[in-house]
Write a protein that binds this ligand. Structure first.
Ligand code: MCA
Ligand code: AMP
Length: 506
């Protein structure tokens, strides 16, 4: 169908001949979108992009609310031979400026409510084309799409060409664009369809955001590659999920989804016909696994992935889904645990840094050759920064992180970014941002601040200052003021001591 476009061709093939079958059912309206509707709209969008002068390899940056049109834009961008670059709608214009300046997209699509402000930002970054798209599938992009006819056959792209760049925060506070090829995305979807036994009869509840690997690639590419369908929810909603479970077979979520669903009285009844529950993006507490099994009879299948690698491991479909582990390497993926100091492979049972190699692994960081060389070895192994071990039965365990990272409700937050901002505020001597166990989000952000001598810091003022600069989900849920940060003999802040001291803040 799209013979020369590697990824689009693979994702289209399974639904050929089933053109009028439902691909997406919208939770809110019950409207349906067939495979044909979806791909024809993607073809039209590809024509819009080509008519706007997009060249193969150009970046298309997108900061929009979740909608079917946004997914069609993803597929249209791939068909146009360009590179999809999705951005969290929660990002402030100040944050967007960084991404536009770094990625230099040829075109930027945003919500019309932010058009005025973001056009100024785009112009300062040299981005001349700004289109709009709303969560209700309206906007200038959709208007232009409606003028186009379907039938676009796809620009030639091979397995090594880039399909997407997804930004992932960096320990230095500077986000890095992970370059993902057509092969990375296709090979991973293929491994997951096989491992999780996806088939045409499956119906996935899609309640995740679509600007991250989980909701965009894992959920959507797996559905397309298996020719299955999705119930598409604008945002996570426990009642809505329980209501829809009776017509669905699979739910993919972050641990917060499962913790919140456990509080719903309808869960037992609703989950009766479900085939599979998959958790990832953050550690699932063994306690959640056990409670879920008691309530629903299902063992949640936990898997492990990263923006740079897509999915690496999964608990088995058949066989024991072991709580507290992330299972076995996926087909075609190699996982090793190495000594942090010398990079030597460690024997089973010993804790070290998890490294990953396979067709799923990214090509490097956009415009950051040194960072790429630091994290991607010449032999193809990617150093994840996660600490773990592989037990005698081959199950991979993640026991911690070698990187200063907080994962809150499945979103990654790098403390450095918040610390740099806080340290720049009047009256702040220094700060340390830490993640503390949180009953809903897994980890909650806490800012520990040392005021300058004599300064009177008011927490509300600090929160207000964060508002325009940093996305809301990264804001500290608590700010505590202390006289001095604990340091080791080398002068390094001992966050472990702070985490212990404030362990029961939530
Ligand atoms: C929302 N808020 C949060 C978070 N989400 N605060 C901290 N952490 C969060 N994750 C804040 C908002 O800023 C807002 O703050 C308030 O909570 C309510 O916002 P709302 O949007 O209504 O929240 P929600 O709908 O309850 O969202 C919680 C959520 C959502 C459903 C857990 O965060 C979510 O969908 N998370 C999934 C993230 C995901 O897909 N991650 C995959 C990354 P205020 O009231 O102050 O304004 S991909 C990945 O990690 C790898 C590759 C992998 O392995 O998958
Ligand atoms: P991201 O940078 O958003 O792609 O997040 C990737 C990180 O999420 C990994 O490096 C892990 O630290 C974490 N992660 C993903 N899945 C799991 C899991 N099942 N258990 C523990 N951590 C996970």
């Amino acid at each position: 169908m799209y013979d020369t476009n590697f990824l689009a061709n693979h994702l289209r093939a399974p639904s050929l001949g089933r053109d009028n079958s439902t691909f997406i059912r919208l939770h809110e309206t019950d409207n349906t979108i067939s495979f044909q509707d979806f791909f024809q709209n993607a073809e039209r969008i590809a024509s819009v992009l080509i008519n706007s002068g997009i060249q193969p390899g150009d970046r298309v940056a997108v900061q929009v609310e979740k909608s079917v049109s946004a997914l069609e834009l993803y597929m249209g961008t791939v068909l146009a031979g360009s590179i999809f670059l999705p951005l969290n709608p929660a990002y402030t214009p100040a944050e967007i400026e960084y991404f536009l300046r770094d990625a230099r997209p040829a075109l930027f699509v945003c919500d019309p409510s932010k058009l005025e402000m973001l056009t100024i930002v785009a112009e300062t970054c040299g981005v001349t084309q700004v289109w709009t798209l709303t969560g209700e599938n309206t906007g200038s992009l959709v208007e232009a799409r409606n003028y186009e006819s379907p039938g676009f056959r796809g620009i030639k792209r091979g397995p090594d060409d880039l399909a997407a760049i997804l930004y992932t925060s960096g320990t230095t506070g500077r986000s890095k664009g992970a370059m993902l090829t057509h092969r990375c995305l296709h090979s991973n979807a293929e491994a997951l369809v096989d491992t999780w036994r996806f088939g045409t009869n499956d119906v996935l509840i899609h309640a995740l955001p679509i600007f991250h690997t989980h909701g965009l690639f894992v959920a959507t590419n797996v559905s397309l590659l298996s020719g299955s369908s999705m119930i598409f929810m604008h945002k996570f909603d426990t009642d809505g999920i329980c209501q829809r479970m009776t017509e669905a077979s699979v739910l993919m979520g972050v641990p917060t989804f499962f913790n919140r669903l456990l509080q719903n009285q309808e869960l037992e009844q609703a989950s009766k016909n479900m085939r599979l529950f998959i958790s990832g993006s953050a550690p699932l507490l063994a306690q959640t696994h056990v409670l879920w099994r008691e309530r629903t009879g299902h063992a949640i299948l936990e898997r492990y992935g990263m923006t740079e690698t897509n999915m690496n491991t999964s608990n088995p479909y058949d066989g024991e889904r072991r709580a507290g582990t992330v299972g076995f390497p996926l087909p075609g993926v190699e996982v090793i645990v190495t000594n942090q100091e010398n990079g030597q492979i460690l024997p089973s049972g010993e804790i070290g840094v998890i490294e990953v190699r396979g067709p799923n692994v990214f090509k490097g960081y956009w415009n950051m050759p040194e960072k790429t060389a630091e994290e991607l070895r010449e032999d193809g192994f990617f150093i994840t920064g996660d600490l773990g071990q592989i037990d005698a039965d081959g199950y991979v365990h993640i026991v911690g992180r070698n990187k200063d990272l907080i994962i809150s409700g499945g979103y990654n937050i790098y403390p450095k970014e918040i610390e740099v901002f806080l340290d720049g505020l009047d009256g702040v001597l220094e700060s340390a941002v830490i993640g503390i166990p949180h009953p809903d989000f897994g980890e909650g952000v806490v800012a520990v601040i040392v005021p300058q001598s004599g300064a009177k810091l008011i927490q509300e003022d600090i929160m207000l200052k964060l508002k325009d600069q940093i996305a809301r989900f990264k804001h500290p849920k608590r700010i505590v003021l202390i006289d001095e940060l604990p340091r080791n003999t080398m002068g390094k802040v001992q966050k472990k001591i702070l985490r212990e001291r404030f362990a029961r803040l939530f």
